[in-house]
Design a protein around this ligand. Structure first.
Ligand code: PHE
Length: 460
Protein backbone atom coordinates (compact mmCIF):
# COMPACT_ATOMS: atom_id res chain seq x y z
CA UNK A 1 0.00 0.00 0.00
CA UNK A 2 1.39 3.43 -0.84
CA UNK A 3 2.00 5.76 2.07
CA UNK A 4 -0.07 8.50 0.54
CA UNK A 5 -3.36 6.76 1.30
CA UNK A 6 -3.75 8.54 4.59
CA UNK A 7 -1.99 11.86 4.11
CA UNK A 8 -5.05 13.63 2.86
CA UNK A 9 -3.84 16.90 1.38
CA UNK A 10 -1.03 15.51 -0.76
CA UNK A 11 -1.97 14.52 -4.28
CA UNK A 12 0.18 12.62 -6.75
CA UNK A 13 -1.95 13.94 -9.61
CA UNK A 14 -2.01 17.24 -11.45
CA UNK A 15 -4.55 19.85 -10.35
CA UNK A 16 -6.99 21.84 -12.50
CA UNK A 17 -5.59 25.29 -13.20
CA UNK A 18 -8.71 26.99 -11.86
CA UNK A 19 -12.36 26.60 -11.10
CA UNK A 20 -13.52 27.23 -14.65
CA UNK A 21 -11.45 24.31 -15.86
CA UNK A 22 -13.03 22.09 -13.25
CA UNK A 23 -16.51 23.16 -14.30
CA UNK A 24 -15.63 22.55 -17.93
CA UNK A 25 -14.20 19.13 -17.25
CA UNK A 26 -17.15 18.10 -15.10
CA UNK A 27 -19.54 19.38 -17.76
CA UNK A 28 -17.55 17.42 -20.33
CA UNK A 29 -18.07 14.34 -18.21
CA UNK A 30 -21.78 14.98 -17.72
CA UNK A 31 -22.71 15.92 -21.27
CA UNK A 32 -22.34 12.91 -23.51
CA UNK A 33 -24.22 10.05 -25.07
CA UNK A 34 -26.49 10.07 -22.02
CA UNK A 35 -28.00 13.37 -23.08
CA UNK A 36 -28.26 12.94 -26.81
CA UNK A 37 -28.48 9.21 -27.42
CA UNK A 38 -29.96 7.78 -24.22
CA UNK A 39 -32.34 10.40 -22.88
CA UNK A 40 -34.54 10.57 -26.00
CA UNK A 41 -34.83 6.82 -26.42
CA UNK A 42 -35.64 6.03 -22.80
CA UNK A 43 -38.09 8.94 -22.67
CA UNK A 44 -39.66 7.45 -25.80
CA UNK A 45 -39.81 3.95 -24.34
CA UNK A 46 -41.36 5.19 -21.14
CA UNK A 47 -44.11 7.33 -22.58
CA UNK A 48 -42.60 10.84 -22.49
CA UNK A 49 -44.21 13.51 -20.23
CA UNK A 50 -44.28 11.94 -16.80
CA UNK A 51 -40.94 10.28 -17.35
CA UNK A 52 -39.39 13.65 -18.18
CA UNK A 53 -40.97 15.22 -15.13
CA UNK A 54 -39.66 12.50 -12.81
CA UNK A 55 -36.23 12.83 -14.41
CA UNK A 56 -36.21 16.60 -13.83
CA UNK A 57 -37.30 16.17 -10.21
CA UNK A 58 -34.55 13.60 -9.69
CA UNK A 59 -31.96 15.99 -11.12
CA UNK A 60 -33.03 18.73 -8.71
CA UNK A 61 -33.68 16.78 -5.51
CA UNK A 62 -31.26 13.89 -5.84
CA UNK A 63 -28.72 14.73 -8.53
CA UNK A 64 -27.57 18.19 -7.48
CA UNK A 65 -27.23 17.36 -3.75
CA UNK A 66 -25.27 14.20 -4.56
CA UNK A 67 -23.08 16.04 -7.02
CA UNK A 68 -22.20 18.51 -4.27
CA UNK A 69 -21.46 15.64 -1.91
CA UNK A 70 -19.22 13.91 -4.46
CA UNK A 71 -17.22 17.02 -5.28
CA UNK A 72 -16.85 17.72 -1.58
CA UNK A 73 -15.62 14.20 -0.79
CA UNK A 74 -13.19 14.30 -3.69
CA UNK A 75 -11.78 17.68 -2.79
CA UNK A 76 -11.29 16.64 0.82
CA UNK A 77 -9.82 13.25 0.04
CA UNK A 78 -7.62 14.41 -2.88
CA UNK A 79 -7.17 10.91 -4.32
CA UNK A 80 -8.90 8.30 -6.41
CA UNK A 81 -12.35 7.41 -5.05
CA UNK A 82 -11.03 4.22 -3.45
CA UNK A 83 -8.29 6.00 -1.52
CA UNK A 84 -10.46 9.02 -0.87
CA UNK A 85 -13.06 6.87 0.86
CA UNK A 86 -10.33 5.10 2.81
CA UNK A 87 -8.71 8.38 3.88
CA UNK A 88 -11.97 10.09 4.80
CA UNK A 89 -13.27 7.14 6.81
CA UNK A 90 -10.01 7.21 8.75
CA UNK A 91 -10.03 10.99 9.23
CA UNK A 92 -13.55 10.89 10.53
CA UNK A 93 -12.80 7.88 12.73
CA UNK A 94 -15.34 5.74 10.96
CA UNK A 95 -15.49 2.17 9.75
CA UNK A 96 -12.73 1.48 7.18
CA UNK A 97 -15.26 -0.66 5.30
CA UNK A 98 -16.45 2.49 3.50
CA UNK A 99 -13.64 1.89 1.06
CA UNK A 100 -15.86 -0.59 -0.81
CA UNK A 101 -17.93 2.36 -2.00
CA UNK A 102 -14.88 3.46 -3.99
CA UNK A 103 -14.44 -0.04 -5.37
CA UNK A 104 -18.02 -0.32 -6.47
CA UNK A 105 -17.70 3.01 -8.29
CA UNK A 106 -14.55 1.96 -10.11
CA UNK A 107 -16.24 -1.25 -11.16
CA UNK A 108 -19.39 0.56 -12.35
CA UNK A 109 -17.32 2.99 -14.42
CA UNK A 110 -15.47 0.13 -16.02
CA UNK A 111 -18.69 -1.67 -16.95
CA UNK A 112 -20.34 1.49 -18.27
CA UNK A 113 -17.37 2.36 -20.45
CA UNK A 114 -17.41 -1.12 -21.96
CA UNK A 115 -20.75 -0.44 -23.68
CA UNK A 116 -20.44 3.33 -23.90
CA UNK A 117 -17.51 2.88 -26.23
CA UNK A 118 -19.52 0.64 -28.56
CA UNK A 119 -22.26 3.27 -28.89
CA UNK A 120 -19.68 6.01 -29.38
CA UNK A 121 -18.45 3.79 -32.22
CA UNK A 122 -21.89 4.03 -33.85
CA UNK A 123 -21.63 7.81 -33.72
CA UNK A 124 -18.17 7.64 -35.32
CA UNK A 125 -19.34 5.49 -38.15
CA UNK A 126 -22.20 7.94 -38.73
CA UNK A 127 -19.72 10.76 -39.28
CA UNK A 128 -18.53 8.92 -42.37
CA UNK A 129 -21.93 7.76 -43.53
CA UNK A 130 -23.20 11.32 -43.41
CA UNK A 131 -20.09 12.67 -45.12
CA UNK A 132 -20.51 10.14 -47.92
CA UNK A 133 -23.93 11.61 -48.70
CA UNK A 134 -25.67 8.37 -47.77
CA UNK A 135 -28.61 10.17 -46.26
CA UNK A 136 -29.39 12.65 -49.04
CA UNK A 137 -33.14 12.58 -49.63
CA UNK A 138 -33.41 9.40 -47.61
CA UNK A 139 -36.71 7.92 -46.34
CA UNK A 140 -37.42 6.69 -42.82
CA UNK A 141 -37.20 3.11 -44.09
CA UNK A 142 -33.87 3.78 -45.75
CA UNK A 143 -32.41 5.24 -42.56
CA UNK A 144 -33.69 2.29 -40.63
CA UNK A 145 -32.05 -0.26 -42.88
CA UNK A 146 -28.75 1.65 -42.83
CA UNK A 147 -28.83 1.44 -39.03
CA UNK A 148 -29.73 -2.25 -39.02
CA UNK A 149 -26.91 -2.97 -41.44
CA UNK A 150 -24.42 -1.36 -39.11
CA UNK A 151 -25.44 -3.07 -35.89
CA UNK A 152 -25.76 -6.48 -37.47
CA UNK A 153 -22.12 -6.35 -38.57
CA UNK A 154 -19.95 -7.37 -35.59
CA UNK A 155 -16.68 -6.63 -37.37
CA UNK A 156 -17.58 -3.07 -38.11
CA UNK A 157 -18.84 -2.48 -34.57
CA UNK A 158 -15.69 -4.04 -33.21
CA UNK A 159 -13.47 -1.84 -35.35
CA UNK A 160 -15.15 1.37 -34.20
CA UNK A 161 -15.24 0.23 -30.59
CA UNK A 162 -11.50 -0.37 -30.81
CA UNK A 163 -10.83 3.05 -32.32
CA UNK A 164 -12.83 4.76 -29.61
CA UNK A 165 -11.10 2.84 -26.79
CA UNK A 166 -7.70 3.76 -28.21
CA UNK A 167 -8.73 7.43 -28.33
CA UNK A 168 -9.88 7.27 -24.73
CA UNK A 169 -6.75 5.53 -23.48
CA UNK A 170 -4.59 8.06 -25.27
CA UNK A 171 -6.04 11.02 -23.42
CA UNK A 172 -6.14 9.24 -20.07
CA UNK A 173 -2.52 8.16 -20.50
CA UNK A 174 -1.44 11.75 -21.06
CA UNK A 175 -3.32 12.99 -17.99
CA UNK A 176 -6.83 14.31 -18.10
CA UNK A 177 -5.80 17.91 -17.66
CA UNK A 178 -4.34 18.22 -21.12
CA UNK A 179 -6.91 17.97 -23.80
CA UNK A 180 -10.20 18.07 -21.98
CA UNK A 181 -9.94 21.76 -21.36
CA UNK A 182 -9.78 22.76 -25.01
CA UNK A 183 -12.24 20.15 -26.18
CA UNK A 184 -14.86 21.40 -23.80
CA UNK A 185 -14.27 25.14 -24.20
CA UNK A 186 -14.80 25.18 -27.93
CA UNK A 187 -16.67 22.06 -28.86
CA UNK A 188 -19.38 22.04 -26.22
CA UNK A 189 -20.83 25.44 -27.25
CA UNK A 190 -20.69 24.33 -30.86
CA UNK A 191 -22.63 21.16 -30.08
CA UNK A 192 -25.18 23.29 -28.33
CA UNK A 193 -25.51 25.56 -31.37
CA UNK A 194 -25.95 22.61 -33.72
CA UNK A 195 -28.65 21.12 -31.53
CA UNK A 196 -30.48 24.42 -31.86
CA UNK A 197 -30.13 24.22 -35.66
CA UNK A 198 -31.70 20.75 -35.60
CA UNK A 199 -34.48 21.94 -33.28
CA UNK A 200 -35.17 24.72 -35.81
CA UNK A 201 -35.41 22.10 -38.54
CA UNK A 202 -37.73 20.05 -36.30
CA UNK A 203 -39.98 23.12 -36.13
CA UNK A 204 -40.46 22.96 -39.89
CA UNK A 205 -41.63 19.34 -39.89
CA UNK A 206 -45.17 20.36 -38.95
CA UNK A 207 -45.05 18.02 -35.95
CA UNK A 208 -43.20 20.19 -33.47
CA UNK A 209 -46.20 20.62 -31.18
CA UNK A 210 -46.74 16.89 -31.12
CA UNK A 211 -43.13 16.46 -30.03
CA UNK A 212 -43.52 19.11 -27.35
CA UNK A 213 -46.69 17.51 -26.11
CA UNK A 214 -45.07 14.09 -25.98
CA UNK A 215 -42.19 15.42 -23.91
CA UNK A 216 -44.12 17.61 -21.54
CA UNK A 217 -47.66 16.31 -21.09
CA UNK A 218 -47.92 13.99 -18.11
CA UNK A 219 -49.28 10.53 -18.76
CA UNK A 220 -48.76 7.10 -17.31
CA UNK A 221 -45.65 5.75 -15.65
CA UNK A 222 -44.98 2.62 -13.60
CA UNK A 223 -42.47 1.87 -10.86
CA UNK A 224 -39.92 0.61 -13.38
CA UNK A 225 -40.23 3.77 -15.44
CA UNK A 226 -39.59 5.85 -12.31
CA UNK A 227 -36.47 3.81 -11.55
CA UNK A 228 -35.20 4.31 -15.10
CA UNK A 229 -35.80 8.07 -14.83
CA UNK A 230 -33.92 8.21 -11.54
CA UNK A 231 -31.12 5.99 -12.82
CA UNK A 232 -30.77 8.30 -15.76
CA UNK A 233 -30.43 11.34 -13.51
CA UNK A 234 -27.35 9.64 -12.02
CA UNK A 235 -26.03 8.49 -15.38
CA UNK A 236 -26.41 11.81 -17.13
CA UNK A 237 -24.76 13.77 -14.31
CA UNK A 238 -21.96 11.15 -14.02
CA UNK A 239 -22.88 10.49 -10.39
CA UNK A 240 -22.61 7.55 -8.05
CA UNK A 241 -19.36 6.03 -9.34
CA UNK A 242 -16.63 8.50 -8.46
CA UNK A 243 -16.15 10.29 -11.80
CA UNK A 244 -17.15 13.63 -10.35
CA UNK A 245 -15.37 12.73 -7.12
CA UNK A 246 -12.07 12.16 -8.88
CA UNK A 247 -12.47 15.43 -10.79
CA UNK A 248 -13.29 17.13 -7.48
CA UNK A 249 -10.05 15.75 -6.09
CA UNK A 250 -8.12 17.75 -8.67
CA UNK A 251 -9.86 20.92 -7.51
CA UNK A 252 -7.54 22.90 -5.32
CA UNK A 253 -9.22 26.05 -4.04
CA UNK A 254 -12.20 26.87 -1.88
CA UNK A 255 -14.70 27.84 -4.54
CA UNK A 256 -18.39 27.29 -4.13
CA UNK A 257 -19.24 23.68 -4.76
CA UNK A 258 -22.95 24.46 -4.85
CA UNK A 259 -22.65 27.00 -7.62
CA UNK A 260 -20.51 24.72 -9.75
CA UNK A 261 -22.95 21.81 -9.30
CA UNK A 262 -25.97 23.87 -10.26
CA UNK A 263 -24.23 25.17 -13.38
CA UNK A 264 -23.15 21.69 -14.49
CA UNK A 265 -26.59 20.21 -13.89
CA UNK A 266 -28.27 23.03 -15.76
CA UNK A 267 -26.06 22.76 -18.81
CA UNK A 268 -26.54 19.00 -18.85
CA UNK A 269 -30.32 19.21 -18.58
CA UNK A 270 -30.65 21.84 -21.30
CA UNK A 271 -28.67 19.68 -23.72
CA UNK A 272 -30.91 16.67 -23.02
CA UNK A 273 -34.11 18.64 -23.46
CA UNK A 274 -32.84 20.15 -26.72
CA UNK A 275 -32.04 16.66 -27.98
CA UNK A 276 -35.60 15.61 -27.14
CA UNK A 277 -37.02 18.64 -28.92
CA UNK A 278 -34.91 17.87 -31.96
CA UNK A 279 -35.83 14.21 -32.17
CA UNK A 280 -39.50 13.75 -31.34
CA UNK A 281 -40.96 16.05 -34.01
CA UNK A 282 -38.95 14.04 -36.57
CA UNK A 283 -40.25 10.81 -35.03
CA UNK A 284 -43.87 11.92 -35.42
CA UNK A 285 -43.42 13.56 -38.80
CA UNK A 286 -42.16 10.27 -40.20
CA UNK A 287 -44.57 7.95 -38.46
CA UNK A 288 -41.77 6.37 -36.42
CA UNK A 289 -42.09 4.63 -33.08
CA UNK A 290 -41.03 6.81 -30.07
CA UNK A 291 -40.14 3.57 -28.25
CA UNK A 292 -37.84 2.33 -31.03
CA UNK A 293 -35.01 1.78 -28.56
CA UNK A 294 -31.26 2.45 -28.59
CA UNK A 295 -31.20 3.19 -32.33
CA UNK A 296 -33.61 6.13 -32.02
CA UNK A 297 -31.27 9.03 -32.78
CA UNK A 298 -29.60 7.09 -35.58
CA UNK A 299 -32.98 6.40 -37.13
CA UNK A 300 -34.27 9.97 -36.88
CA UNK A 301 -31.57 12.62 -37.14
CA UNK A 302 -30.23 11.37 -40.50
CA UNK A 303 -33.67 12.11 -41.95
CA UNK A 304 -33.19 15.73 -40.90
CA UNK A 305 -29.68 15.80 -42.36
CA UNK A 306 -30.93 14.27 -45.58
CA UNK A 307 -33.55 16.93 -46.08
CA UNK A 308 -32.38 20.24 -44.64
CA UNK A 309 -30.31 22.84 -46.47
CA UNK A 310 -26.61 22.06 -45.96
CA UNK A 311 -27.69 18.94 -44.09
CA UNK A 312 -24.63 16.90 -44.96
CA UNK A 313 -22.34 19.43 -43.37
CA UNK A 314 -24.58 19.91 -40.33
CA UNK A 315 -24.76 16.14 -39.94
CA UNK A 316 -21.03 15.57 -40.20
CA UNK A 317 -20.29 18.28 -37.67
CA UNK A 318 -23.05 17.05 -35.39
CA UNK A 319 -21.86 13.45 -35.24
CA UNK A 320 -18.26 14.60 -34.85
CA UNK A 321 -19.23 16.72 -31.87
CA UNK A 322 -21.23 13.84 -30.43
CA UNK A 323 -18.08 11.73 -30.59
CA UNK A 324 -16.17 14.46 -28.76
CA UNK A 325 -18.89 14.70 -26.12
CA UNK A 326 -18.71 10.93 -25.67
CA UNK A 327 -14.93 11.10 -25.49
CA UNK A 328 -14.84 13.64 -22.65
CA UNK A 329 -17.32 11.44 -20.76
CA UNK A 330 -15.46 8.21 -21.44
CA UNK A 331 -12.28 9.69 -20.03
CA UNK A 332 -14.00 10.35 -16.71
CA UNK A 333 -15.37 6.82 -16.65
CA UNK A 334 -11.92 5.22 -16.34
CA UNK A 335 -10.05 8.00 -14.60
CA UNK A 336 -11.00 6.66 -11.12
CA UNK A 337 -9.52 3.24 -11.94
CA UNK A 338 -6.40 4.68 -13.53
CA UNK A 339 -5.87 7.12 -10.66
CA UNK A 340 -6.08 4.21 -8.25
CA UNK A 341 -3.43 2.17 -10.06
CA UNK A 342 -1.13 5.19 -10.20
CA UNK A 343 -1.54 5.82 -6.47
CA UNK A 344 -1.39 2.31 -5.13
CA UNK A 345 0.59 0.22 -7.52
CA UNK A 346 3.08 2.85 -8.54
CA UNK A 347 2.30 2.19 -12.22
CA UNK A 348 2.74 5.09 -14.58
CA UNK A 349 -0.29 6.63 -16.22
CA UNK A 350 0.42 5.13 -19.63
CA UNK A 351 0.67 1.58 -18.34
CA UNK A 352 -2.40 1.97 -16.13
CA UNK A 353 -4.50 3.47 -18.93
CA UNK A 354 -3.54 0.74 -21.38
CA UNK A 355 -4.22 -2.01 -18.86
CA UNK A 356 -7.66 -0.77 -17.85
CA UNK A 357 -8.46 0.20 -21.43
CA UNK A 358 -7.69 -3.28 -22.68
CA UNK A 359 -9.89 -4.94 -20.05
CA UNK A 360 -12.72 -2.55 -20.84
CA UNK A 361 -12.35 -3.20 -24.54
CA UNK A 362 -12.57 -6.92 -23.89
CA UNK A 363 -15.79 -6.67 -21.87
CA UNK A 364 -17.14 -4.41 -24.63
CA UNK A 365 -17.08 -7.38 -27.00
CA UNK A 366 -20.18 -8.62 -25.17
CA UNK A 367 -22.04 -5.46 -26.18
CA UNK A 368 -20.75 -5.64 -29.75
CA UNK A 369 -22.13 -9.17 -30.10
CA UNK A 370 -25.39 -8.49 -28.27
CA UNK A 371 -26.67 -6.60 -31.33
CA UNK A 372 -25.94 -9.45 -33.72
CA UNK A 373 -24.56 -12.94 -33.05
CA UNK A 374 -25.65 -13.01 -29.39
CA UNK A 375 -28.95 -11.28 -30.04
CA UNK A 376 -30.95 -14.27 -28.89
CA UNK A 377 -29.01 -14.90 -25.72
CA UNK A 378 -31.02 -13.09 -23.11
CA UNK A 379 -31.23 -12.88 -19.37
CA UNK A 380 -34.15 -12.49 -16.99
CA UNK A 381 -33.78 -11.30 -13.41
CA UNK A 382 -37.03 -11.68 -11.46
CA UNK A 383 -38.58 -8.38 -10.32
CA UNK A 384 -36.17 -6.40 -12.48
CA UNK A 385 -36.26 -7.31 -16.14
CA UNK A 386 -37.07 -9.98 -18.68
CA UNK A 387 -35.23 -11.19 -21.76
CA UNK A 388 -32.50 -8.58 -21.72
CA UNK A 389 -29.51 -8.81 -24.02
CA UNK A 390 -25.96 -8.46 -22.69
CA UNK A 391 -26.03 -4.76 -23.48
CA UNK A 392 -29.49 -4.20 -21.92
CA UNK A 393 -28.42 -6.07 -18.81
CA UNK A 394 -25.19 -4.11 -18.33
CA UNK A 395 -26.95 -0.83 -18.98
CA UNK A 396 -29.75 -1.66 -16.55
CA UNK A 397 -27.55 -2.94 -13.76
CA UNK A 398 -25.10 -0.04 -13.94
CA UNK A 399 -27.40 2.92 -14.56
CA UNK A 400 -30.41 1.83 -12.55
CA UNK A 401 -28.86 -0.15 -9.71
CA UNK A 402 -25.15 0.51 -9.20
CA UNK A 403 -25.15 4.29 -9.70
CA UNK A 404 -28.20 5.01 -7.51
CA UNK A 405 -26.82 2.65 -4.86
CA UNK A 406 -23.43 4.38 -5.01
CA UNK A 407 -25.18 7.76 -4.82
CA UNK A 408 -27.27 6.64 -1.87
CA UNK A 409 -24.18 5.65 0.09
CA UNK A 410 -22.35 8.80 -0.91
CA UNK A 411 -25.28 10.81 0.50
CA UNK A 412 -25.31 8.75 3.69
CA UNK A 413 -21.56 9.13 4.10
CA UNK A 414 -21.57 12.88 3.50
CA UNK A 415 -24.62 13.63 5.60
CA UNK A 416 -24.65 11.07 8.39
CA UNK A 417 -21.17 9.60 8.70
CA UNK A 418 -18.92 12.61 8.26
CA UNK A 419 -18.89 15.13 11.06
CA UNK A 420 -20.89 18.24 10.32
CA UNK A 421 -17.85 20.39 10.97
CA UNK A 422 -15.91 18.67 8.17
CA UNK A 423 -18.58 19.21 5.55
CA UNK A 424 -19.04 22.79 6.72
CA UNK A 425 -15.36 23.48 6.18
CA UNK A 426 -15.74 22.52 2.53
CA UNK A 427 -19.07 24.07 1.74
CA UNK A 428 -19.79 27.00 4.01
CA UNK A 429 -19.40 29.69 1.30
CA UNK A 430 -23.16 30.28 1.25
CA UNK A 431 -24.72 29.33 4.60
CA UNK A 432 -28.26 29.17 3.25
CA UNK A 433 -27.22 26.86 0.41
CA UNK A 434 -25.28 24.73 2.86
CA UNK A 435 -28.34 24.32 5.07
CA UNK A 436 -30.54 23.40 2.11
CA UNK A 437 -27.96 20.91 0.89
CA UNK A 438 -27.64 19.31 4.27
CA UNK A 439 -31.37 18.95 4.66
CA UNK A 440 -31.78 17.42 1.19
CA UNK A 441 -28.88 15.05 1.42
CA UNK A 442 -29.78 13.92 4.96
CA UNK A 443 -33.47 13.32 4.51
CA UNK A 444 -34.87 13.77 1.03
CA UNK A 445 -32.20 12.18 -1.17
CA UNK A 446 -31.74 8.86 0.66
CA UNK A 447 -35.45 8.38 1.26
CA UNK A 448 -36.26 9.17 -2.36
CA UNK A 449 -33.73 6.67 -3.69
CA UNK A 450 -34.98 3.93 -1.36
CA UNK A 451 -38.64 4.62 -2.19
CA UNK A 452 -37.92 4.45 -5.92
CA UNK A 453 -36.07 1.13 -5.50
CA UNK A 454 -38.95 -0.36 -3.50
CA UNK A 455 -41.52 0.88 -5.97
CA UNK A 456 -39.63 -0.58 -8.91
CA UNK A 457 -39.67 -4.08 -7.45
CA UNK A 458 -43.31 -3.70 -6.54
CA UNK A 459 -42.73 -3.72 -2.78
CA UNK A 460 -44.79 -0.54 -2.26
N1 PHE B 1 -22.72 11.42 -17.99
C1 PHE B 1 -22.28 10.71 -19.15
C2 PHE B 1 -23.32 10.87 -20.23
O1 PHE B 1 -24.40 11.37 -19.97
C3 PHE B 1 -22.01 9.25 -18.85
C4 PHE B 1 -21.22 9.00 -17.61
C5 PHE B 1 -21.79 8.27 -16.58
C6 PHE B 1 -19.95 9.53 -17.47
C7 PHE B 1 -21.10 8.07 -15.40
C8 PHE B 1 -19.24 9.33 -16.29
C9 PHE B 1 -19.81 8.61 -15.26
O2 PHE B 1 -23.10 10.51 -21.34
Amino acid sequence: MAENTTSQAVSVHAQWSNRTVFILAATGSAVGLGNIWKFPYIAGENGGGTFVLVYLLCIALIGIPIMMAEIMLGRRGKQSPINTMKALAKQENRNPGWVWLGWMGVFAGFLILSYYSVIAGWAMSYVFRTAGGLFLGVTADGVNSIFTDLVSDPERLLAWHTVFMVMTMTVVARGVKNGIEKAVTYLMPLLFALLIVIVLYAMTTGHFLEGLKFLFTPGEIDGKGILIAMGHAFFTLSLGMGAIMVYGSYLSSQHSIAQASILIALADTVVALLAGLAIFPIVFANGLEPGAGPGLIFQTLPIAFGHMQGGTMVGVIFFTLLVFAAWTSAISLIEPAVAYLVENKGFDRVYSAVLIGFLTWFVGLGTVFSFNIWKDHTLTIPFLFENFSFFDTLDYLTANIMLPLGGLFIAIFAAWVMHEQSTKEEMATYPALYKTWRFLVRYITPVAVIVVFLKAIGAI
